[in-house]
Design a protein around this ligand. Sequence first.
Ligand code: ZN
Length: 134
Amino acid sequence: MKPTHIEHIGIAVTNLEESIAYYENVMGLECYAIEEVADQKVRTAFFRVGDTKIELLESTDPEGPIGKYIEKKGPGIHHLAFAVDRVEDSLKHAEKEGIKLIDQVPRRGAEGLTIGFLHPKSTYGVLTEFCGNE
Ligand code: ZN
């Protein structure tokens, strides 16, 4: 497995609209989608920067993963997503290498993409996501 690029950088924010205004007005980027991912208890906003996206994550529930993250660590960079051809193969490969998985099997993420997370305890503190079309 070899990632083709950084698919996106996930950033935990406390106020989606304020953060969108920053990326639009200061960075000159355009928010092209806002999407709620109910099972992750987040609202997301997306910007393209070349082949990479910025994914803003606002919690819709303090008990959700982003709500808990912000309570513990505050807003900021939350995870790094690598674009891969097949998420399932990449998860299996990582597991074989002794990496602890958060997702044993791929699941559906924002934008209809297939995703799977590795545990930050196994990845030198970086919550790592594989992201692909299958
Ligand atoms: Zn992500």
